[in-house]
Design a protein around this ligand. Structure first.
Ligand SMILES: [Zn+2]
Length: 628
């Protein structure tokens, strides 16, 4: 079917890649149909797979204001691999053709590309999600620097599905191809809403999220995480999922796709009604689904009975199980370890370096447990690793001498919580934790004088939520696709500067004067515990710290309340200072005097060797000369 031509029109818009990355501003002088402002490439298909003759054409070009680098990269990719970039616009499919070889030079200069268009093929004809395997490899490089980024994507998937529980574990599975072998698998089991056929197609295809559909509650907005994460960690992934009315399975396998031109992801979907499972023939023929099921059983870690048994783990409820199989225990740049403990360790050959940091002891860089503990700003999911519950914490609620400050940066509001953590002080760590949509993006970011000094700011931890700051026009965001860092933009620079100023101020006025002895045993201002049922956080007295069971509920001591009681809110801008420990003013290790921290009459018997020259309540007199 060829679409009837309409009067060609001038059009301006923007082009985005499969990973939702902005390519450039584009325009056309002869667009024959209404086009949206945003065009998203959804796939790269082989050019020879199309019959071009009957397809009408129009042209698009990069707009003057553009940075042409990404555009050139795209055109080069199309030419080098004889690929067509596919864009869906409602019922119409646009096909960006590779510029013809002989005209390549001219076309590149003119930045002009032919676009063919046709009626969009119906979903029934595409039972298999398709994409170019090579492009997948390119995208998996996104996570090359740090492997937990890949794991984090899978945790995000569970969180986005509204899961209350997530179990992460290493199990063994059996592969039949190319030979029978026992392989380790990384498993993620959640009790979220599960995925429908449409959801699972989205998950295994690229670039499904359009900005107008952006759900601020969802973290996995780029949609590339699953594929890239999986391809870094193992040789494939099996997805078993159950929604209210469907049950689906899908397999992403490098073994099955070896030597193939397009990556094929077989998917089988059943309808679930009154305990019966029937192939959904509205989505695929019985023949196709049988074929896909065979592929899944041949190349995946389970046979048909095994898959049935695994589905039993969802106990008839909704949820998703993802198995990343044939883990690379010794990757070219990492090692994966899970034998010794109730943790899963991923050690990168390339250690993450942070300017100014001298301590090698940063567990969240290699321990999955340590990472999951602080991964969410407000943890609302009970996560267990290797069968043991992770004690997630709201980092901002575990600080001593908590200080909250806010500002408006380039017209956008931001709030920073600063405090001291004894453990981090001992390890020699400090820095800011930056969250985006409640998810950790950057950790231990050294700011202000911390960058230049290993001692400055020691033990100071900051927490900042950057969502509002990092949202720009046209749905663009200042977060990298890997969600492991921010774009080096003007806003980031402004934020960095402000964080530095505030952290320095906090250090100078509140922490630096404390002696080492005083800094020891700095307990959190408040102790929080999360109910395993309602997932609300409750304040408890410090003496209960470490005394409660893994799974604690609201009705238990010391709270002895009800899950219905709303959570206590922490007021913005409130400065809380721990005063239970004695802190009389005296000389500190630098020989400077004074402290403006409230004193207490409690004597510090351990400090008798120190000379106390001032009586308590004496105001600080010595001027600080350090910074600037
Ligand atoms: Zn509760």
């Amino acid at each position: 079917m060829v679409l009837p031509p309409r009067t060609p029109k001038a059009w301006n818009g923007r082009l985005f890649n499969v990973d939702a990355k902005h390519i450039c501003a584009v325009c056309s002088s002869n667009a024959p149909l209404e086009l949206p402002k945003r065009l998203d490439i959804v796939a790269f298909n082989a050019a020879r797979a199309f019959d071009w003759k009957p397809l009408p054409l129009f042209q698009i070009m990069a707009r003057g204001e553009s940075d042409y680098r990404e555009w050139d990269k795209l055109l080069t990719f199309l030419v080098d691999h004889s690929r067509v970039a596919v864009i869906n616009v409602g019922d119409v499919q646009l096909l960006l053709k590779p510029p013809a070889e002989e005209n390549e030079a001219t076309k590149k200069i003119m930045k002009l590309v032919d676009v063919a268009y046709r009626a969009r093929p119906g979903p029934a004809k595409r039972p298999i999600a398709q994409m170019h395997p090579e492009y997948l490899t390119t995208l998996s490089q996104t996570h090359s620097s740090w492997l937990f980024g890949a794991v984090a994507e899978l945790i995000d998937n569970a969180c986005d599905a509204g899961a209350k529980r997530l179990e992460i574990s290493i199990q063994m599975g059996t592969l039949k191809s190319p030979e029978v072998s026992e392989v380790p698998m990384l498993c993620f089991l959640d009790d979220g809403l599960g995925m429908t056929h449409k959801d699972i197609v989205k998950m295994v295809s690229f670039g499904h999220k359009k900005p107008e559909q952006d759900d601020p509650e969802q973290i996995g907005r780029f949609g590339v995480g699953f594929k890239t994460g999986v391809m870094r960690l193992g040789r494939g992934a099996l997805v078993l999922t159950q929604s209210k009315e469907t049950r689906s399975m899908a397999l992403l396998s490098t073994g099955y796709n070896e030597g193939k031109d397009v990556l094929e992801v077989p998917i089988v979907t059943y309808t679930r009604r009154a305990g019966r499972m029937d192939i959904d023939t509205g989505l695929q023929t019985l023949e196709d689904s049988q074929k896909h099921r065979d592929v899944i059983c041949t190349y995946g870690p389970f046979d048909e009975y095994g898959i049935g048994a695994e589905f039993q783990r969802l106990a008839g409820e909704t949820g998703t199980i993802i198995y990343v199989f044939d883990l690379e225990k010794w990757g070219s740049s990492f090692s994966l370890d899970w034998n010794e403990s109730d943790d899963i360790m991923i050690r990168s050959r390339r250690v993450r370096s942070r300017p100014g940091q001298t301590s090698p002891e940063v567990p969240l860089d290699y321990s999955l447990r340590a990472y999951v503990e602080v991964m969410f700003l407000e943890p609302r999911m009970i996560v267990s690793i290797q069968g043991k519950k992770v004690t997630t914490k709201c980092l901002a609620k575990t600080l001593n001498s908590t200080w909250v400050t806010s500002a408006t940066l380039m017209g956008k509001p931001v709030q920073l919580t600063l405090g001291v953590m004894e453990l981090e002080r001992k390890r020699g760590n400090c820095g800011i934790f930056l969250y985006w949509h409640g998810r950790l993006v950057e950790s231990y970011k050294r700011v202000g004088n911390m960058v230049h000094s290993a001692e400055w700011g020691r033990g100071v931890i900051g927490v900042v939520e950057t969502t509002k700051l990092m949202e720009f026009d046209r749905g663009r965001v200042g977060v990298l696709n890997s969600k492991q860092g921010f774009e080096d933009c003007e806003m980031y620079a402004a934020m960095e500067k402000w964080l530095g100023e505030e952290a320095d101020k906090y250090w100078e006025t509140r922490v630096e004067k404390l002696t080492t002895e005083e800094k020891e045993g700095l307990a959190p201002d408040k102790n929080w515990v999360q109910c395993s049922k309602c997932l609300k956080w409750r304040v408890m007295d410090p003496e209960w710290h470490g005394q409660l069971p893994d799974h604690w509920f609201c009705y238990m001591a010391p709270y002895k309340g009800s899950c219905n009681t709303p959570e206590e809110t922490v007021e913005d801008g409130v400065v809380t200072t721990k005063t239970s420990r004695g802190t009389p003013v005296r000389k500190n290790t630098r020989g400077k005097e004074g402290s403006d921290i409230t004193d207490s009459s409690k004597p510090l018997s351990r400090l008798t060797s120190k000379t106390t020259t001032n009586s308590p309540k004496v105001k600080r007199t010595s001027k600080r000369t350090k910074k600037e």
